[in-house]
Write a protein that binds this ligand. Structure first.
Ligand code: ZN
Length: 245
């Protein structure tokens, strides 16, 4: 069965800023969706302005991996939807958080820290070093790749130490950043991938798209969502033996 991916995009910059629309006329989700569909994945797009932000229980139940891009309207995401996505991740849904999604309610909820960082918009070169070359998310990449112009994100990135760190970015201005971070929460896998400022054509770059596809495959639950029972011990089990006489 093909991987079921839902790409959640806030989709406001593209509507409100002509400069962003010139780069991503159909939304920044469009080149990502096209690439993943070309990899044989079943792709759906959901956006902030849809009812329930397009993330109904039915959509989440029909999703293996959820992508998240947001920036200017994190505060408009309803807490009930954040709760629903968090429960889905704990139950095995894969989550790939892109760029400014570091400040989304769902990422902060799952990390438990501020997720703050340094930033600067100065059209700098970014060199993304692969620090875990055997990791599935780095498959097909060389020692590093470069993005000609990007927004700088710098340390400290206030997140818990990643379970697996795949990429470290260097920027022309001298900063470094943990730009490919893997986490496990409950039964779910989470991948944070840094690049993707809305005014640069980052999501058309082949290496970036390769990481995104690798990230989707890594984050997907391996054999469907596990069944997790919290609370009472299932009654179908034999009772525990009592204290011996
Ligand atoms: Zn940005």
């Amino acid at each position: 069965m093909s991987l079921r991916v839902t790409i959640w995009n806030e989709y406001r910059h593209e509507k409100e800023h002509a400069a962003v629309r010139r780069v991503y006329p159909d939304g920044l989700h469009a080149p990502i969706a096209a690439h993943l569909a070309g990899q044989g994945m079943r792709v759906r797009v959901a956006t902030l302005d849809e009812p329930e932000h397009g993330l109904t229980a039915a959509v989440l139940a029909d999703t293996d991996v959820l992508f998240w891009w947001g920036h200017m309207a994190h505060g408009e995401v309803q807490d009930a939807v954040v709760d629903r996505v968090q429960q889905a991740v704990l139950g095995g849904l894969g989550l790939v958080v892109l760029h400014s999604g570091h400040f989304s309610k769902i990422f902060k909820r799952l990390m438990g820290t501020s997720c703050d960082l340094k930033w600067r918009e100065a059209e700098e070169k970014e060199r993304i070093w692969v620090v875990e070359p055997g990791h599935p998310i780095a498959a097909g990449l060389g020692e590093y790749f470069e993005i000609p112009h990007e927004e700088m994100y710098g340390e400290r990135f206030d997140v818990p130490a990643p379970d697996e760190l795949v990429f470290v970015s260097w920027f022309q201005g001298g900063e470094v950043f943990r730009s490919g971070c893997c986490y496990r929460r409950g039964a779910g896998r989470i991948f944070y991938f840094r690049p993707g400022h809305e005014s640069y054509p980052t999501y058309y770059q082949p290496e970036v798209l390769r990481v995104i596809a690798n990230g989707a495959r890594w984050a997907a639950p391996e054999a469907g969502r596990p069944t997790i029972t919290f609370g009472h011990r299932p009654e179908s089990l034999e009772p525990l033996p009592g204290p011996s006489a």
